[in-house]
Design a protein around this ligand. Structure first.
Ligand code: DWN
Ligand code: SAH
Ligand code: ZN
Length: 405
């Protein structure tokens, strides 16, 4: 029997996507050697309800020095983190010499405003090339994985942190006990650990099955995060719904008894109970919806190709690794995928090997259809690529179901 990585309870398998590649491992066409594959399967804990993967991909395979994701590629996300930094500066970083630590600081999208405000800060991220981008903005970064020992070293060198922040990273870390022991070692007595991650409620409700890939080891809900915090001597004192990445939640965690929980926590928990996130039938319905999306998407792509249309992808997201590999979408169906990340261009997508090209080539000439893998950036991308629609092109979306716009 599989044991929950948080509480040790029994985990029941509920989803199986089969053999999947490492979602950030874009292939150099000159070196198409052996790729690492693993079984992407998900279960939920019958005790604390935490949804988690059944197989752990080694962290050094996922977050390498040349990890290609750059957070600042989206202006919407840049604005989101500007507001987040402002909020932290106004509410938590107000003492005489406050100190903020970020886990998974990437290219410095959040810390750049903290640094500009002259506040002591430190990013921690193993992705050295992304960290170099952050450093060029005047941000301090330690290039390593955050874990208990890192936290102790930071505490010894810099003193306690008033805020430990993390976005789209805590859910990526299977060894969560070490993270909480680290937070315990580093956080000031009345400090807060604030983290935001994709919300399980939205993933199930809108069939965002592509939010499931190697890095997203846990799919958090408010209930499971509350139980996790309690497990490690902390308490969930704040929860805020966020519109980014298709729906996320920002959790505020403090030492048990240090702060009074905000009323929103109970309100959101009550609403969450109606979603049945701890019930097997919820996952059976989710699995059925995922299978339908796969059938509908494949049927549409095959029909359009049979009619002679050229189809491309837009946004070489890591989410798309699951879509392409689970549905079996290769270059025969989607001939190329356009992406603004320089580090991905000229490479092939993991597993199915679709070439990644710069967006400047998207209109030379425009295809008939573009499959929007970066659906979470739909507004930003569709505004940028208005001419594609005007030239008669059509976007294909596969969430919440398969449709053409
Ligand atoms: O959680 C994670 C998030 C924050 O980033 C990580 N586990 C990995 C990664 O996930 P993703 O690759 O699914 O993230 P995005 O933000 O959906 O990726 C968008 C992709 O689309 C990027 O490769 C950049 C590209 N893009 C583009 O070509 N033109 C994005 C925008 C906004 C654009 O205008
Ligand atoms: N916070 C950014 C980046 C998210 S991508 C955003 O929201 O856009 C996840 C980042 O976490 C990557 O840069 C990865 O290198 C980093 N990461 C993964 N495991 C980590 C760990 N144990 N400690 C610190 N950073 C980690
Ligand atoms: Zn559990």
């Amino acid at each position: 029997m599989l044991r929950c990585r948080v509480c040790g309870g029994a985990v029941r398998e509920c989803l199986d996507f089969g053999r999947q590649p490492v979602s950030s491992a874009f292939v150099d066409p000159a070196h198409t050697g052996a790729e690492l594959f693993f079984r992407l399967a998900v279960g939920f804990c019958t005790s604390c309800t935490m949804v988690q993967q059944l197989e752990e991909v080694p962290r050094d395979e996922m977050f390498r020095f040349d990890y290609p994701y750059r957070s600042s590629g989206s202006t919407v996300m840049r604005k989101h983190f500007q507001q987040t930094a402002r909020q932290l500066l106004d509410t938590e970083l107000t003492g005489p010499d406050p100190f903020a630590v970020e886990i998974g600081s990437n290219d410095g999208i959040l810390l750049q405003d903290i640094a500009e405000a002259g506040v002591r800060h430190l990013g921690v991220d193993p992705s050295g090339e992304a960290a170099e981008v952050a450093r060029a903005k005047g941000i301090r970064v330690r290039v390593e994985f955050f874990e208990e020992s890192t936290a102790r070293a930071i505490r010894a060198e810099h003193g306690p942190a008033d805020v430990i922040f993390s976005a789209n990273t805590i859910s990526h870390i299977a060894y969560i006990d070490s993270i909480f022991r680290g937070v315990d070692a580093l956080l000031a007595p009345n400090g807060v650990f604030v983290f935001e991650d994709r919300y399980l409620g939205d993933i199930i409700e809108h069939t965002y099955f592509d939010q499931i890939y190697d890095e997203h080891f846990y799919l958090f809900s408010i209930h499971s995060v509350q139980a996790m915090a309690a497990q490690f001597g902390f308490a969930l004192v704040g929860a805020e719904r966020l519109p980014v990445h298709g729906g996320a939640v920002r959790y505020t965690v403090a030492r048990a008894g240090a702060r009074r929980p905000a009323p929103e926590v109970a309100e959101l928990l009550a609403r969450e109970r109606e979603l049945g996130l701890g019930l097997p039938e919820t996952y059976e319905r989710f699995a059925a919806n995922i299978r339908r999306t796969r059938e509908d998407l494949l049927a549409l792509l095959r029909r359009l190709r049979a009619e002679g249309h050229r189809i491309v992808g837009y946004g070489a997201t890591q989410k798309s690794a699951t879509v392409a590999n689970y549905c079996g979408i290769g270059p025969d169906l989607v001939s190329a995928v356009y992406d603004s990340t320089r580090e991905k261009q000229g490479r092939l997508t993991p597993g199915v090997h679709i070439p990644v090209l710069p967006p400047e080539e998207f209109g030379a000439p425009y295809p008939a259809y573009a499959l929007l893998f970066a659906w979470n950036h739909a507004e930003e991308i569709m505004a940028k690529e208005r001419q594609f629609r005007e030239s008669g092109g059509r976007w294909i979306l596969y969430v919440p179901d398969v449709h053409i716009v």
